[in-house]
Design a protein around this ligand. Structure first.
Ligand code: ADP
Ligand code: ZN
Length: 735
């Protein structure tokens, strides 16, 4: 802290106001200096209201003031009364994420302050309890109200009326008579405490060993990372629940991260079966109120277990004892806009900052985690078998070059027969195609014109039931035109290739007697419809479920014995470094839906490349053969995790400005040992939401300080302010 030149005569009177660097939740380069009221301790994380221009904003004391602006010119930030400071470990985590992802620290702080109205003064609720006075007139309705109130719980008027089955007027009458008296309740109900003492499943030996290792880590109160590597249905959830139980026994908090799509009522109910109540939730569907309630309870340490999507990683836990990242290989953990970060990687960082245990769980780990586990950096906990009688399904390849289906059809004869057999035996089947809608491309037969998006360089996908063409990138939609917009030919537009709707159409024509539903993660179908299809499948109200990747994960359908993959070659060859890994993971997960109970499962995969490594690994069930090959391949290519990547994406409505910025940036790239800069090249979707996009890619040896390199480079060039520069460290998407 800087000192004034004068020695104050009377310290109590003349002591300067303390000064502090305050981080504001805005895209600024660093903290701003403020003075604090006299007597305030400069504590990192202290929440303050800071004046900024004409308004005030919430901020956090981040450290000492850095500037030398005179006290009289510094504005005063006021500490937020009644709220604990952000935990120091969270502040460290925010700095780390900002530094690693090259995001302004204020933007990361903003993610940690997204608590709805959590920082507004806590409102109270008016409620009523039994009073001394007995009412003069005691009607049956009044008696019912008083009977409800005898348990001593405070209730609001509508709740009392509802429980006693009377009108609110009856309740008000009792209030007037003094038989019910007013009291104040906190704004929100407290979260119930999950009970680790309820009976857990009887774990088998492999599960017990894994659970013991994790509980040991939780008790140790130090950073420890594990990969819980278990085949689908092996009981990974049961195992990490025991680690959660251990954290609860220690009186600490636990965070379970799930890909948003897996955050279902089923999961919450399963948690409730083990722990007696549902956990607190954190995801984008929460209302403002729920958000406020959860955030406050986490901040005060009252919410013991939070189940959430990636953003839950930035909650202000008081005392975190465990982080679980379930389905850790999921790409959904990568946040692709705003602050670009990978929640799985940052979960490990947060655990390190908290000094607690972190568990990554998957049946098909990311190659990064596989390498970390096999090299000994993470503990490798294996669950090689399904629990109980269930066995892994048999996987067979159907060579589409020999089983040529009629043109415009997608179901080969062996697949059709297998579905018919399964359903005839009273079992269920699932057909998987990772493509939404009816057809991925609509083409004019007479002029060859392809229907593309107005704002993106992508094809419009036909959704036949709604007679619409839709862009799956920006959401642009238009009615399917009656004639070609290019040449004007009538009725010349034809559908090319299959989507789930088209496969369903073919299927229904072949098997009109079967009960079929479509589940597609579609803006046009909506989550309610998808949930309904999945519920119908679980209740055996349908025989066959046809779906996109939304059906691939997590679901447990005991009677499902046959899985058919319509086109395994989709998305396998787009030059993306993880394309093979993703295909393997997705198809393995889909296969894992078959035969999860007593009856064994069969998986039929239609492919034109049966000799491909991915297909061979799926058919032989030798997962690690695939990982070892893939590891070698990446090692040779100096690709992650053996080398480092960072992408720079330039985008603008002004295409010429983007091209120019790309040239300027490439020319300015500093030469450095172990660093190669590629590009600029047009992004895969050169036009996206009306923005022209170019990419540069930095490839570096493992030992290079990529962040330092990027900072030096980007700090030294001045680009047109029309162009937006986005840095993506460790990119997983190359679009
Ligand atoms: P994973 O998360 O590895 O896919 P789950 O934890 O969902 O596996 O377990 C698959 C199914 O097996 C679930 O229905 C689960 O309740 C059951 N299960 C797993 N382990 C046990 C056990 N030790 N005792 C009883 N049921 C178990
Ligand atoms: Zn579009």
């Amino acid at each position: 802290m800087k000192h004034t030149a004068f020695r104050p005569v009377d310290p109590a009177l003349l002591a300067p106001a303390p000064r502090a660097g305050v981080l504001l939740p805005l895209p600024l380069a660093g903290a701003y200096d403020y003075k604090l009221p006299k007597g305030t301790a400069v504590q990192r994380g202290l929440l303050v209201q800071a004046p900024l221009g004409p308004r005030t904003t919430l901020g956090a004391v981040w450290g000492e003031a850095e500037g030398s602006v005179g006290d009289n010119r510094l504005k005063e930030a006021l500490p937020l009364e009644g709220f604990p400071a952000l935990p120091e470990k969270l502040c460290d985590f925010i700095d780390w994420v900002a530094n690693y992802t090259l995001t302004p620290p204020g933007m990361v702080l903003a993610m940690a302050l997204r608590g709805g109205k959590a920082f507004a003064p806590e409102a109270m609720r008016t409620a009523f309890v039994l009073g001394e006075a007995r009412p003069k007139k005691l009607t049956p309705a009044r008696e019912r109200v008083l009977a409800v109130a005898t348990d001593g719980l405070a209730r609001a008027v509508p709740a009392l009326a509802q429980e006693a089955n009377v009108t609110t007027a009856v309740v008000r009458g009792l209030i007037e008579a003094g038989s019910l008296v007013e009291t104040q309740l906190p704004e929100f109900d407290a979260f119930p405490a999950p009970d680790p003492g309820l009976p857990c499943a009887t774990l088998n030996d492999a599960q017990r060993a894994a659970a013991d290792a994790l509980c040991h880590d939780v008790r140790a109160h130090v950073f420890a990372a594990s990969l819980l590597d278990g085949v689908t249905g092996s009981g990974k959830t049961e195992v990490y629940f025991e680690a959660v139980a251990e954290a609860l026994r220690q009186g600490r908090q636990a965070l379970i991260l799930l890909p948003e799509i897996a955050l279902t009522v089923q999961f919450l109910d399963r948690f409730a079966v083990r722990f007696g109540c549902r956990p607190a939730e954190w995801h984008s569907d929460l209302s403002q109120k729920e958000r406020t309630r959860t955030y406050r309870a986490v901040m005060k340490g009252e919410a013991k277990v939070v189940v959430g999507a990636r953003s839950a990683l930035f909650l202000p836990f008081r005392d975190l004892g465990l982080i679980v990242v379930d389905e850790e290989h999921e790409q959904a953990y990568k946040q692709e806009d705003g602050a670009i970060y990978h929640a799985r990687d940052m979960a490990v960082v947060r655990a390190r900052s908290e000094g607690c245990a972190v568990v990554l769980a998957s049946a098909t780990p990311s190659l990064e985690s596989y390498v970390n586990a096999t090299s000994g950096r993470y503990a490798h906990l294996k669950l090689p078998r399904r629990h109980g009688a269930a066995v892994l399904p048999e996987v067979r390849l159907i060579d589409l070059r020999h089983e040529k289906a009629e043109s415009g059809t997608w179901l080969s004869l062996p697949l059709r027969n297998a579905v018919a057999n399964a359903v005839a035996s009273g079992e269920q089947a699932m057909l998987f195609l990772n493509r939404r809608g009816y057809a991925p491309l609509t083409l004019c037969e007479s002029c060859g014109h392809k229907m593309t998006c107005r704002d993106c360089s992508s094809w419009l996908v036909e959704h036949r039931y709604r007679r619409r063409l839709a862009c799956h990138h920006c959401g642009y939609e238009t009615a399917t035109p009656p004639k070609c917009p290019e040449c004007g030919a009538e009725g010349s537009l034809i559908a090319c290739g299959p989507g789930v709707e088209r496969v369903a159409e073919e299927f229904k024509a072949l098997f009109p007697e079967m009960r079929v539903a479509i589940a597609s993660s579609d803006t046009l179908h909506g989550p309610a419809e998808t949930q309904a299809a999945i519920r119908a499948m679980a209740k055996r109200e349908i025989d066959v479920l046809i779906g996109t990747q939304i059906v691939a994960k997590g679901h447990h359908f005991p009677q499902l014995t046959l899985v058919g993959v319509i086109d395994a070659d989709l998305g396998g060859s787009d030059g993306d470094l993880r394309a093979r890994e993703r295909t393997f993971q997705l198809l393995h997960q889909v296969s894992g839906r078959a035969g999860r109970a007593e009856k064994p499962g069969l998986v039929l995969i239609q492919t034109r490349n049966p000799a491909d490594l991915v297909m061979q690994a799926l058919a032989s069930g030798d997962r690690d053969a695939f990982y070892e090959q893939e590891k070698l391949y990446r090692e040779r290519a100096h690709a992650p995790p053996f080398g480092r990547l960072a992408a720079i994406i330039l985008s603008s409505h002004d295409g010429e400005a983007v091209a120019e910025a790309g040239r300027v940036l490439a020319k300015a790239a500093p030469a450095a040992r172990g660093v190669t800069v590629w590009g600029p090249t047009p992004a895969f979707y050169h036009l996206l939401r009306g923005q022209t996009r170019e990419r540069l890619l930095v490839q570096a040896e493992k030992t290079v300080d990529v962040q330092g390199y990027l900072r030096a480079w980007l700090g030294a060039v001045k680009l047109s302010n029309k162009v937006r520069v986005t840095v993506d460290v460790d990119p997983v998407s190359f679009f």
